[in-house]
Design a protein around this ligand. Sequence first.
Ligand SMILES: *Cc1c(COP(=O)(O)O)cnc(C)c1O
Length: 383
Amino acid sequence: MTTPHPPFGRFFLPGPTEVRPEVLDAMRKPVIGHRGPAMRELLAGIDPDLRALFGTERPVYVSTSSATGLMEAAITGLCGRRVLALVCGAFGDRFRAIAERCGRPVDAIRVEPGQPSTPEALREALRARPGRWDLVTVVHSETSTGVLSPVADLAAVVREHDDLLLAVDGVTSVGGVEIRFDDWGADFLLTGSQKALALPPGLALGVASERALERAARVPAASFYFDLLAFERRAREHQTTNTPAVSLFYALERQLGRIRAEGLAGRFDRHRAMAKRCEAWVDGLRATLDSGFGILAREGYRSPTVTAVTLPPTLRAGDLVRALDERGFTIATGYGDLKQRCIRIGHMGDHTVAELEALLTETGEVMRTALLASSAAPRIGGS
Ligand SMILES: *Cc1c(COP(=O)(O)O)cnc(C)c1O
């Protein structure tokens, strides 16, 4: 008995993303005891692929939780004093809110939607108040705006200071953008299974630096479930901290094999090509439909995995999303304050330019229809 899958290439949310049927099928294997040799073999087998994905020689943890769990692990494990949150959108603000909820004093450097977090602003803040913070948080690919912040440069600024750590939310970058955790000198970097890795939701993955672990050993009141030291210890033994979602690990194993077969460089090229195609499409909309179309993210800082398209004032994102849904395609509205002003297209995971092309054609038609209707409406009303 199998559940029929709709054709692949219709579901473009910026998370969760579409999962290949063969990856879903991997989850049909029998459940096994997680302290037995089969689980240890599985974890040892995926270990090299995980390290390659994160650009690290350190062990990568797999947590049975969504990505937010490991964001909480970063805050509770790495901040003993005060957090500086770099906020360029809703997910940067989530990191700030987690710090607040976990009882850590927190300051934020905010920028306008579409702008990246910059090393200049960070350097200036750290210079103005030396020693105030012991942890900086940043989102690599800000899913709410489609901005890719320059994490390597931000990490270099953090490294200018002693006793300061950098935690990176790589939820929509890992698997779609090259990650060089060791070379950058970041201290913690996390992702979730359901974004650019194109796995079902339910797993989070992360890696910590030696500096981070030293800090975690000194910070009191860390979480029990999200204990970085426990993750590190267990990962080195090819074990998990608690009962893992074994079925999802089967999917992870299958997907890492698929990623290896494609090659990381090829995978990153494919994501860049999809983002470029979106950009060109928006240029076309501007030229042929309405000059009000645009891309929210500043040029030079656009994420290869998600594009937020700003709409002319006559169009509402909710209407477009609904109209596309009727045609069998799924995209997202804007996020938070930008809900009606933008649509967001998640071109990440296993999508191809060809599949994206079909979506863009449909979306263009839906936009054209909505624009015609909006320009017709006042004439009808006024006559
Ligand atoms: C989706 C997302 C999250 C939250 O992930 P969960 O898996 O829902 O906890 C955090 N950060 C970014 C950038 C995201 O896109």
